[in-house]
Design a binder for this molecule. Sequence first.
Ligand SMILES: Cc1cc2nc3c(=O)[nH]c(=O)nc-3n(C[C@H](O)[C@H](O)[C@H](O)COP(=O)(O)OP(=O)(O)OC[C@H]3O[C@@H](n4cnc5c(N)ncnc54)[C@H](O)[C@@H]3O)c2cc1C
Length: 485
Amino acid sequence: MKAIVIGAGISGLTCANYLQRSGIHTLILEQAATPGGVSTSWKRKGYTFEGGIHWLIGAKESIPLHNIWVETGALQENNPVYFKDPIYTLVDSEGRMPLYRDLHGLELTGLRDRLALATLKFHLACFNGFHQPITDISGVKARYPRPFSLWEYIKMGGAAALSPFLMMQSARGYARRFRNPRIRELLAAVVEPSINALSLIYTLSTFAMGDSGYPKGGSLQMARNMAGHFLGLGGEIRYRTPALEVLREGGKWTVRTADTLFSADAVVISMDARSAIDKLFKMPLQEIWAQKMRRSLRTTQCMFLGAGIRTDLSAWPRSMQLVLPQPLRASGHIYKTLVVNNYADVKSYAPEGCSVVTCLLHGPTYAWWKAAKEDGTYATRKQEIMEAFLDALGEMIPDIRGKVEVTDMATPLTYERYCSTFEGSYMSDWPPFQPLYHAPYKYKEGLYFTGQRTAYSGGLPPAAQSGRITAQYVCKDLDTEFVAY
Ligand SMILES: Cc1cc2nc3c(=O)[nH]c(=O)nc-3n(C[C@H](O)[C@H](O)[C@H](O)COP(=O)(O)OP(=O)(O)OC[C@H]3O[C@@H](n4cnc5c(N)ncnc54)[C@H](O)[C@@H]3O)c2cc1C
């Protein structure tokens, strides 16, 4: 029996690891030259730019998701998880204010702030222990079953009861409970402020529980670990091999690449399903879920900016929310603050005495960049934005001026080009008041989806969890025992 997985992102690697472990010989076709998809890091002139994981949920051993990271080889000794505290630090003209995991030390300006903090602590207490349950799908034969446990859900009842209320407001709206604008800005650093407040509280709770950390080998090391684990089990990966079409041939699902037709008992599409429904089939898919997905999906887009600097920034916080004296204007957006990650503590990321900083500028800029590409100004615009970013950074951290050795920048067009994500987005957005429509895990007999567009909401946990679920669907259909270890 044979399976083909299209894409070696985190969901594809997860799915392929479980399939191969279960005895289904699996081939991954990946269009890029490296594994990881959008969860990646890369080197430039001796500096490593982390372009993926900012925090990895499932770092804590007692959380079920942790098993997936271990079973797929993601977390190993070469990738020890580091838990930052403070989580973020506000830096503005008044000085610094850290956001610690237990929320101590916030500068409260009156009764309203004290009430807001008490509410936030209560909400985090409700979410203490909240996690994505990892269970088996109905009918699968699992060697080490993880049956549905009512008790597991009951223990998370407080969080479940609170979730609808949090889903109806944005993270920014939630932060407005505080009167002190500095606390509002600090909370705005945690998740993209326009997404719902459930994401904010869930994320803060994972930090509070010690479940969110940064694997110090970085995103590429984690993906390489997963790919290495899969190859060690006897699986096959073909890099630089884009799947061009999925079709039915001789009673089997078949994948067409530039020079070969691969057919298999099961084909799993782990590339962005929103792109796949329009690009991978002769006729774009027209099922109701596909149409709803086209209508409802709001993509999360960002620009990535990184700089390697010939100075030691270890006196500066790990993750900073910089409040700029002058806003930064970039690709039709105005940024009054910058969330900057400083990797001075990861010694292998920069030459001795040097540091790397990265920053994500969020916002829907795909159309803006597309227009720049078409009118031939793409490279100039990138350069202008990088210069404006470095000027803004230099205002806040004067020590970097004149010491920038290397820079790199990605736009939504970069993500689209390298990973074929829809409009260059890197996860599904989940705005307040809106349902999300997904691709089904099992589309047709022998044809499956997995990845960020099959699960609520974006990020690595749904990518991994969906990979495991899809592998179970395949095992069930091929009447094969699902093996995790
Ligand atoms: C800058 C940034 C920061 C992030 N920070 C975090 C974070 O801190 N925590 C967190 O949980 N998540 C974070 N994420 C999100 C997370 O990385 C993604 O949601 C997740 O990696 C998506 O995985 P995936 O496998 O579903 O999709 P992808 O990563 O998109 O994987 C799909 C794979 O399919 C390949 N592919 C596409 N088309 C084809 C084709 N036709 N043929 C062959 N191969 C194909 C692609 O090259 C890719 O390798 C971040 C993402 C980015 C970009």
